[in-house]
Ligand binder design. Structure first.
Ligand SMILES: Nc1ncnc2c1ncn2[C@@H]1O[C@H](COP(=O)(O)OP(=O)(O)O)[C@@H](O)[C@H]1O
Ligand SMILES: [Mg+2]
Length: 255
């Protein structure tokens, strides 16, 4: 089953072509990578898929339905969740509230319920709290439920952000440079966590990474872009030895 299908996706910013004729198909349960040097257009791909940008040209299908043109919260409620290159958590709320609030898209009650605290609201609220607590337990974050994210280490903030993304019960999880800024010990732990999520939740994961070694150990196949254009596709082994990729990363110690 195809989860995500992208045809001819192109994005211009004023005169700049950030992405040109990008195509990919992701099958259910796949774990694939998108890599490339800084400014290659990787985040642009995720911003387009998750509804943050509207494409200049091209089509995006999720479970055979077109999703280009939808708003970010609509894309989330269809089953696509994401994390951000620069962690985006609500710092004035607790870890638990961050995860509960992310389930907004599927709340199922209106503003009236919220004001009058109807039975429906209370039942939903309890369900949302239970799921959030369950996720915190799975991620070994229970003790931090009442903490503010800003008081946590960068590695723990990443974990909270991933837990929050999973709280909308996605079928496709987009991770934008989850290892960025992490010390090497935390990177090892993160790789294990992503492996575990993939096995346990049986969802498709598409991850952007700048550090090749991270995707090498996780992904079954990798797409490489440079200046908005796909320059290689293949298994980690093929990518590592691809002359075009080596050239694009030349002088970059991340290879
Ligand atoms: N909202 C935007 N407005 C203008 N230019 C943008 C915008 N988003 C990205 N770009 C440009 O598009 C190119 C690709 O950016 P990005 O997708 O963030 O690259 P990557 O994630 O691979 O580092 C860069 O030149 C960047 O400056
Ligand atoms: Mg980026």
């Amino acid at each position: 089953m195809t989860v995500l299908k992208i045809d001819g996706l192109t994005q211009y910013f004023s005169g700049l072509c950030a992405l040109s004729d990008f195509n990919i198909k992701l099958k259910a349960g796949e774990l694939v990578g998108l890599i490339g040097p800084n400014g290659a257009g990787k985040t642009t791909v995720f911003n387009l898929v998750s509804g943050f940008y509207q494409p200049t040209k091209g089509d995006i299908f999720f479970l055979d339905q077109p999703i280009d043109g939808l708003k970010p919260h609509q894309v989330t409620s269809r089953g696509v969740a994401r994390t951000f290159q620069n962690i985006r958590l609500w710092n004035e709320m607790t870890v638990l509230e961050n995860i509960m609030l992310a389930q907004h898209a599927s709340l199922g009650y209106g503003i009236r319920d919220l004001f009058f605290r109807t039975g429906r609201y209370q039942r939903r609220e309890q369900k949302i709290r239970n799921l959030a607590m369950e996720l915190l337990e799975i991620f070994k974050l229970t003790e931090l439920a009442e903490e503010k994210p800003k008081n946590l280490s960068y590695g723990l903030q990443r974990k909270v952000e991933i837990a929050r993304a999973l709280s909308s019960r996605p079928q496709l999880l987009l991770l934008d440079e989850p290892a960025a800024g992490l010390p090497s010990q935390d990177v090892v732990e993160l790789i294990e966590l992503i492996h575990w999520i993939h096995r346990e939740f049986k969802i498709a994961i598409w991850m952007i990474e700048h550090q090749m070694k991270v995707v090498m150990s996780l992904c079954s196949r990798i797409t490489v872009i440079d200046f908005g254009v796909v320059i290689a596709e293949g298994t980690p082994e093929e990518i590592q030895h691809h002359p075009g990729v080596i050239k694009a990363y030349l002088g970059d110690d991340q290879l």
